[in-house]
Design a protein around this ligand. Sequence first.
Ligand SMILES: *Cc1c(COP(=O)(O)O)cnc(C)c1O
Length: 381
Amino acid sequence: MYNHIINFIRETFHQPEGVVPLHAPCFIGNEKKYLNECIDSTFVSSVGKFVDRFEEMVAEYTGAKRAVVCVNGTNALHMAMLLVGVEHGDEVLTQPLTFIATANALSYIGAHAVFLDVDRDTMGLSPAKMRKWLQENAEIRCSECFNKTTGRKIKACVPMHTFGHAVHLEELAELCREYHIELVEDAAESMGSFYKGRHTGTFGKVGAVSFNGNKTITTGGGGMLLFMDEELGKQAKHLTTQAKVPHRWEFVHDCVGYNYRMPNINAALGCAQMEHLQEFVDNKRELAWKYATYFEGTDIQFFTEPRDCTSNYWLNVVLLKDKEARNRFLEETNDAGIMTRPVWQLMNRLPMFKDCECGDLSNAEWLEARIVNIPSSVRLS
Ligand SMILES: *Cc1c(COP(=O)(O)O)cnc(C)c1O
């Protein structure tokens, strides 16, 4: 039934046989050179020039005032929660349609997730649904936001830019200002994605990026925190490096810190990858364009970037007619060696989050039944 699509994907990736992966990393630049330099220097671990250079390159590309490396995207999110002041027992608003890391990060602190619906045009947290939920459930006391029913403080909001497509950031930022809620962006998937010309992850108080092996660019494992507030960036550096007070030989630490600093050897890989980021994004956007044109002539809908967003198209998305069609598509394509995947199971269905408070989740449920990711790697000529 889907033979035509399978052939189109094979042609597009110039891969007449074998498995076409969902997203393969791409090493075509200075990766080996920098790794060798790093090893020759013996500074492979917690100090070295590549860490600083990688942070500077990411800050420059994203327009952030400060970028701070982390070991991975999940602990970048964990740090983001701490840095905006989320405490044990607080509530954090987020979307149920996300990768588990978003919900795990706030749980590490003992905060409670509240799952609110996404928009169908972004697949990310819906400002309209969030406004409605806040109007019904929140009250402001002494410039802080509280849940009227649970009595808990609603401290932060974490939208996620699903598969690289930016949420409606301006509306969300405005809503967070109105209700005194801290905005943290899970920009793990959106390195190279812009909203109204400004890089995702720089609208909230903190943005968290991932450089896992399946993301647009990779450091093996890695993450980055983005800040427009330099002072908060400084605090992040302190917190992620065991909160050690700088001294030539004394070991003094002034709070409970974390060993979350990316090793220099991973940062070396990151520097080489950054040199090709824009090229990769342009390449991925061209692929998305090819897909969009192709699927126009079928009864399968290709997901295109929402208004105001220039997406990295990290993982391309098609929407099948219903869950039955989705399952059939998954089976046929995977049987034929074309890697395709459904979206993550909604967070509120997982055992550890099943008792969390939820808003109306009709869009998330609608999307969950229909989304399939199709091969999205950078194509080398
Ligand atoms: C990849 C990802 C993360 C972070 O993942 P790590 O593997 O820890 O780098 C966080 N949130 C989302 C939505 C992601 O896709």
